[in-house]
Design a protein around this ligand. Structure first.
Ligand SMILES: Nc1nc2c(c(=O)[nH]1)N[C@H]1C(S)=C(S)[C@@H](COP(=O)(O)O)O[C@H]1N2
Ligand SMILES: [Mo]
Length: 255
């Protein structure tokens, strides 16, 4: 996979130069009134998305590793023990009462138990998790592939994004995330219920977390409670498609 990596590095170098040319440091916050600068940055983000899809391909796999590469201590980040009452009640009962709700623009809304999820087409993968903070860990994940599950519930033609609603609250807001249908139907996009050969621990998102392997860690929603197919995420929470996106991170976090 050297070729895409080269392309990617060159691309990011180009984008970084673009941001510098605009006189923006990494930590500069854009005010809502800086709409022209915002538009340039947003078009740069779209460029990242489309160039990556062009260079790397819509279904190319993220690199997979060997058992020997698995990190001895996978860092738990963000929420690692939700203190939300409803989550705690579910955890106390070992998630026996937990159901994954699937709704929105689907033909057959569903509520699935963990048992039912485990019976769906699954995939195991050893991948590297890259956090935007600059650390990486390698872990082994097993879960239900999102694509077949979406086919089972039947997406309506207007559906363009899949939104994941989580059970944890960070500074007063529930965590949530979204991906487009290219990533949703990618073979490595799984709803993971196992990590490193055992049941997914609470610290890593029990009972179910998203693995989307060609994007940064913040896209990998932990503590998933509900999935919704939508035409647009403009009216959800802050309107930018995710908890961290609403606070300034890019919606497309390709790596
Ligand atoms: N529900 C939820 N999902 C989340 C987060 C969170 O705080 N809450 N943090 C994100 C971030 S920034 C990272 S790097 C990864 C961390 O996953 P880990 O704890 O398995 O390392 O989860 C992501 N998904
Ligand atoms: Mo992260």
């Amino acid at each position: 996979m050297t070729k895409p990596e080269l392309g990617r590095r060159r691309l990011f170098a180009g984008l970084a130069t673009g941001a510098t040319a605009l006189g923006l440091g990494a930590c500069d916050k854009l005010s809502a009134s800086d709409s022209s600068i915002r538009k340039i940055l947003e078009s740069a983000e779209n460029l990242t998305l489309w160039l990556q899809r062009l260079l790397i391909g819509r279904s190319a796999l993220a690199r997979e590793f060997d058992e020997a590469d698995i990190s001895a201590n996978f860092k738990a980040n963000g929420t690692y023990d939700p203190d939300d009452e409803d989550y705690q009640a579910l955890a106390r009962n070992k998630f026996a009462d937990w159901r994954l709700e699937i709704g929105g623009l689907v033909e057959r809304p569903a509520k699935l138990t963990l048992e039912e999820l485990r019976a769906l087409p699954s995939r195991s993968q050893i991948t590297r998790h890259d956090c935007v903070e600059g650390w990486s860990c390698i872990g082994k994940w097993k879960g239900a592939q999102l694509g077949p599950l979406l086919r089972q519930v039947g997406l309506k033609p207007e559906a363009r994004y899949i939104v994941f609603y989580c059970g944890d609250t960070l500074e007063g807001a529930k965590y949530y995330e979204s991906i487009d249908l290219v990533d949703a139907f990618h073979p490595q996009t799984i709803l993971a219920y196992e990590m490193n050969g055992g049941t997914l621990p609470v610290a890593y998102g029990a009972p179910l977390r998203l693995r989307v392997e060609r994007q940064l860690g913040y896209k990998t929603a932990k503590y998933i409670m509900r999935i919704e197919a939508v035409a647009s995420f403009a009216k959800i929470e802050g309107g930018r498609g995710g908890y961290w996106e609403d606070r300034g991170y890019e919606w497309y976090a390709g790596i």
